[in-house]
Design a protein around this ligand. Structure first.
Ligand code: MRU
Length: 345
């Protein structure tokens, strides 16, 4: 598959697959301004925590390349403003702020505007490369946890489309398949924006991996029937006490614990925010229209309120293991709160 997003040096911008068009069309898009990138993130054309980290890193590089200022002070003001604009687009996935801060820190160490521009692109490209390496390594660590044959339930899209390529939860599946295991995936459709049916099913089917879509509400019943060997999801942020991921993840974790099914989270260290806890985190709430309409079709009477949380928090006590590029973390996770992995406060 093509890379989900990358720096296009010839065009001087960020090239990405517009995920709102899938599964009907797989089309590349280009952003050469910060406003364009911010809009693409808000509209979920670019989405998924690691992909947001890359977008943030490339976005700061773009801001550095396009700032007209040649004096350091005005240049830094410009780039910091762009960084704040990008950070405000989506508050929950910590990778976005992580990618932004990493490139910003590199720029702030530069001695000249010229050096800042060059090093910003180099640092952002390092973020891109490392994302691919982390996904492939964590995939191999996670593949060892899967029985052969097995059926894995997943929620949302934590695949190649949510990263540079390969994926986190789906990276584990890909690595297991590559190792010769027989893996079948049950993809929850993931209402209201259908990242499971639109994106997970699209990318797995395209790679020839056995995938079946279900409504989110069918997951617990399938577990009860004995049809699921484990659950693997990605994460938007891992604090000292909880995993933040797509709304609906928590109910799968509760159902998995009730049915004694392992519940795994696959995420790179850039998703960790171990210095914070659940109560510190803002959960994004999205537009009423996402629930009230399906395309042009109205699904909800006028004037009825909605609660449209984009993410929920699953207590770590329900997580059987966290699969990272550094290895598999098992309970108790007190190591997390002690190590403080994640951005500085
Ligand atoms: O709103 P989205 O589509 O950006 O939400 C994405 C998720 O919740 C993913 O599961 C998460 O970012 C992990 S991606 C490897």
């Amino acid at each position: 598959m093509d890379y989900t997003l990358s720096w296009d040096a010839d065009a001087g911008g960020i090239r990405y697959i517009d995920q709102t068009l899938l599964p009907g069309r797989c089309e590349p898009a280009l952003c050469t301004t910060i406003d364009c990138l911010a809009r693409a993130i808000e509209r979920l054309e670019i989405r998924g925590a690691p992909a947001l980290g890359i977008a943030g890193a490339l976005g700061v590089a773009l801001a550095a390349r396009t700032s007209p200022h040649e004096r350091m002070e005005a240049f830094l003001r410009d780039v910091r403003g762009a960084a704040e604009q990008l950070k405000s687009t989506r508050p929950t996935a910590v990778n976005l702020a992580w990618g932004i801060d990493r490139v910003l820190a590199r720029i702030e160490r530069a001695d000249s505007v010229d050096e800042a521009r060059r090093s910003a692109v180099a640092e952002a490209e390092a973020v891109v490369r490392e994302d691919e390496e982390s996904c492939r390594t964590l995939g191999q660590h996670g593949a060892g946890l899967l029985p052969d044959p097995c059926t894995v339930l997943t929620h949302c899209n934590a695949g190649a489309l949510a990263c540079r390529c390969w994926g986190t939860a789906l990276g584990v599946v890909r690595s297991a398949v590559r190792a010769g295991k027989q893996v079948r995936v049950i993809a929850c459709e993931t209402r209201p924006l259908h990242q499971g049916s639109r994106l997970t099913c699209w990318e797995l089917a395209r790679d020839g991996i056995d995938v079946t879509a279900i409504p989110d509400s069918a997951a617990a019943y399938l577990m009860r029937k004995g049809g699921i060997d484990c659950v693997i999801v990605g994460a938007d942020r891992i604090t000292s006490d909880a995993v933040f991921n797509k709304i609906g993840t928590y109910m799968h974790a509760v159902a998995a614990r009730y049915h004694a099914i392992p519940f795994y989270v696959a995420a790179p260290l850039s998703t960790f925010d171990a210095g914070r806890s659940e109560k510190d985190i803002v959960i994004e709430q999205r537009d009423r229209r996402e629930l009230a309409y399906c395309g042009d079709r109205q699904l909800l009477p006028e004037k009825v309120n909605v609660l449209n949380y984009a993410f929920d928090a699953t207590p770590l006590s329900l997580v059987s293991a966290i699969i990272t590029e550094e290895g598999v973390l098992c309970p108790p996770y007190d190591l997390l709160s002690r190590s403080g992995i994640g951005p500085a406060r």
